[in-house]
Ligand binder design. Sequence first.
Ligand code: SF4
Ligand code: SF4
Length: 301
Amino acid sequence: GAGFPSHVKLKPPSSNPVDMLLLNGAECEPYITADHRQMVEHGREIVDGARIICRILGVNKCRIGIEANKPDALKIMSEAAEAVSNKHISIEVCALKTKYPQGSEKQLIQVLTDRKVPSMALPSSVGVVVHNVSTARAIYQAVIFNKPLYEKVVTVSGKGIERPANLLVKVGTKLSDIVEYLGGTKDSLARVIMGGPMMGFAVSNLNIPITKTTSAVLFLTEEEIDTKPHSQCIRCGWCLDACPMGLEPKEIGLYVEANRSEDTSQFGLFDCFECGSCAYVCPAKRPLVQFIRLAKMKAKR
Ligand code: SF4
Ligand code: SF4
């Protein structure tokens, strides 16, 4: 998933007893289908991974959240879950409304359990541990086959690549090798993004390697990206309405521009998980996520 160490999640603090495992199969960012393919092709391994995690955590309840726009994954995962559920363990697959950012940890916990994680707290504070479906599969492979995590399923997509695909690639593989394997890029390529279009970041060359946290590489053309320059905030408030955490991204942006990053924590800076919804709706095209990342960097110094 996002790179938080799995072994830490598997040992939640004893002060916060955990009673449920949640698996995140929402994969809500556009373009990305790596988890979707794994659920369709390796549903049983994911469910067996969930059983192993439940055993480690000492819990007997697991819920798997999958967006409703993936009916094939819902069907296969439900069948796999049913096949292993018994009086000792209950694994339930839940169809989630298709909306962004349904796959963010706090949103997922609330929709699957009706529990709300407090600001700056971990999921274990409300008795749950959340893993990604691909992490559950990796844990299954580590425990059953003694296989370290040295390869990943990565979505390579966008109109700027000749042959979009989900590929199983070794960690460390350079983007240039992936491009060569998929027939090269198109002349209309305008930007390469590591990650999804909402939360990913642009890269300037193809000598960059796939890491354990790479879920997608997007090759986007001019028509798929917004190149309009940003302008002044018109205080429309759309970013506030769009923020799933109820933060004030407009204020963070204005403070960063005024060189007052150190004063932005009052607007919930560290509760922001950089989903990009605020920047997406902003009519002034303000780079709100970049402002937020800058403010976090400065605040941590
Ligand atoms: S959406 Fe953009 S223009 Fe509107 S208040 Fe937020 S930052 Fe300002
Ligand atoms: S990126 Fe914007 S919308 Fe998303 S959590 Fe942060 S402030 Fe809220």
